[in-house]
Design a protein around this ligand. Structure first.
Ligand code: ATP
Ligand code: MG
Length: 334
């Protein structure tokens, strides 16, 4: 587990393509930190099964899409390790080890699991879904990650991971603790709302602008974004503080945000014109991503090779961590 650079781990569930919320919440930080950190990017297909176990074909299609989303925003496959969770058996082993160290009551209180269960309409939960934060602790610690760039919904999971690491080290490795307690890094915009006004843009929520959306689709999606409902006529004064379009401007048109808000409040810019400006800003961001993506879409074998090389590296690192854990727990024949 020695590496000249500190490590970083983050990832996405292949439950669909990635969107601009992922970009500002996490991907942007991945790109910024790829030189400074030895970065592991997980395509979390097992975690996708926790909610999408009846839709394996969607998970399967999305694996390549999520890999291309990461590559298209500028992650360099020669610098980062992109790997597929299901191909790393040590993560599954570590999930079992950690599951002994957490109680049902602690898991029951996890606010993100609660709100996701409500979103999915679960009145009961599978064991796999209920326990996915434990599996996420294994994702983070198998490679000894110091830093985890994620959206704010992940905070309770990182906290649990830190507790599990402390508990394991205290119980089994007090003399020479080797598991690393990770730190969370929240992006510029920890939770981007959806086009429909939902507090979170989510790829399973049908309210997202995808990084791969073509220009026309982007334009029509921006036009459907909800705005201040009390604003009926173009010259009515608007309320940017309750408008999703204004929130997006604060992220994607940062330098003109104050001016746009002033014009909105004065009723001198209508919602349609305001949305056109937003389209221009988001389109400027996405144009270079589309170009990179087009390259990978015509070189799918290259994408598969990148994932395979990532799996090999992740397995080498993970097998060593799991071996150390078993040794610390005296799970070796005497
Ligand atoms: P699903 O709806 O299937 O759970 P998701 O959109 O929540 O999909 P995940 O793969 O669960 O995406 O999350 C990947 C990463 O992106 C996590 O770090 C998460 O915090 C971050 N993220 C997801 N949605 C947003 C958002 N709207 N704003 C900021 N960050 C986000
Ligand atoms: Mg999610």
């Amino acid at each position: 587990m020695t590496s000249p650079k500190k490590r970083l781990l983050t990832g996405d569930r292949p439950t669909g393509r990635l969107h601009i919320g992922h970009y500002v919440g996490s991907l942007q930080n991945r790109v910024r930190l790829q030189d400074e950190y030895d970065s592991f990017i997980e395509i979390a297909d097992i975690q996708a099964l926790t909610t999408h176990f009846k839709r394996p074909e969607l998970i399967s299609e999305s694996i390549m899409q999520v890999a291309m989303d990461n590559l298209s925003v500028g992650l360099d496959p020669n610098k980062v390790t992109i790997f597929l969770q299901s191909q790393i058996p040590s993560i599954a082993e570590m999930t079992i080890f950690y599951s002994m160290l957490v109680t049902m009551n602690v898991l029951r209180q996890n606010p993100t699991v609660k709100s996701e269960a409500a979103n999915y309409g679960y009145d009961d939960m599978t064991y796999g879904f209920f326990g996915y934060p434990v599996s996420q602790a294994a994702d983070i610690t198998f490679c000894g990650a110091h830093l985890v760039p994620v959206g704010e919904d992940q905070a309770p999971h990182i906290e649990l991971c830190r507790k599990l690491v402390r508990r394991f080290n205290d119980l089994y490795a007090a003399d020479a603790p080797f598991l690393i307690e990770p730190k969370m890094l929240v992006g510029d915009f920890p939770r981007l709302p959806g086009l429909d006004g939902n507090a979170k843009m989510g790829k399973s929520l049908g309210n997202a602008i995808y990084l791969s959306d073509p220009e026309d689709e982007l334009r029509s999606k921006v036009m459907t974004a909800v705005t201040d409902p009390s604003r009926i006529h173009k010259n009515d004064p608007g309320h940017p503080d309750i408008c999703v379009v204004a929130t997006y401007h604060s992220v994607f048109t940062k330098d003109q945000y104050d001016d746009i808000c002033d014009r909105c409040k004065a009723g001198s810019i209508g919602c349609v014109a305001c949305k056109k400006e937003l389209f221009t800003s988001i389109n400027r961001l996405l144009t270079p991503f589309r170009e990179k993506r087009a390259y990978y879409e015509s070189h799918l074998d290259e994408v598969r090779d990148i994932i395979q090389a990532g799996n090999d590296r992740a397995n080498a690192v993970g097998n060593e961590t799991s071996r150390l854990m078993k040794e610390a727990m005296h799970l070796v024949p005497h």
